[in-house]
Design a protein around this ligand. Structure first.
Ligand code: 5GP
Ligand code: MG
Length: 174
């Protein structure tokens, strides 16, 4: 195996289930849309939405592609929306889904952009959180796993477009 497994397929399944229950309890029957940030969130989102359905939530799903530009090591940065969602989010509960919150720039800026479109509620959900790396003031509402400052791959996360297909989360060892 080229990597050290950090969380197994079974551990991920269990945490996704825990998250889905919590989200279902919070959003109830309100109209809900999951906004996945491509490409990293795709595996997490596809498991999470099916779990949500099991707990009575029938969300819409849409996707965005963004790229972020950090300004050196200061707390400045911007994102470009490369591909926007096509759905209206007005009056809906929006849950932004990303693979990992690192500096926080992506989540913060996506939240800012979507907040202008009058959602009823704007929430964020990540598979992984690295709080020690945070530079921008944002905290995900839902987190499956909190990790140290290590570079992880698998379950949607890549290294130079590789390893997204791994069914587990691993620390890249190279
Ligand atoms: P942020 O905008 O929070 O600084 O960065 C979030 C993005 O950085 C993630 O969506 C992901 O693309 C990338 N990233 C941060 N840490 C990792 C990591 O450990 N592994 C991988 N594969 N991507 C990471
Ligand atoms: Mg990403």
């Amino acid at each position: 195996m080229p990597h050290n497994a950090l969380y197994s397929k079974e551990e991920i399944e269990k945490q996704v289930d825990v998250l889905a229950r919590r989200i279902a309890k919070d959003v109830g029957q309100s109209p809900t849309i999951l906004v996945g940030l491509l490409n990293g969130s795709v595996v997490f989102l596809s498991d999470l939405m099916r779990r949500l359905y099991l707990y009575g939530v029938a969300p819409e799903v849409d996707f965005m592609v963004v790229s972020s530009y950090k300004d050196g090591h200061s707390s400045n940065g911007t994102i470009d929306i490369i591909q926007d969602i096509r759905s209206s989010i007005e009056g809906k509960t929006v849950i932004v889904i990303d693979d990992i919150a690192d500096t926080g720039l992506t989540l913060l800026e996506v939240k800012k952009a979507l907040a202008k479109r009058n959602p009823a509620k704007l929430l964020t959900c990540v598979l992984l959180d690295k709080p020690s790396r945070r530079k921008f003031d944002v905290k995900p509402d839902y987190t499956a796993f909190t990790i140290d400052n290590v570079f992880v791959v698998g379950y949607g996360l890549d290294s130079a477009s590789r390893f997204r297909y791994l069914p587990y989360i691993a620390v890249l060892s190279e």
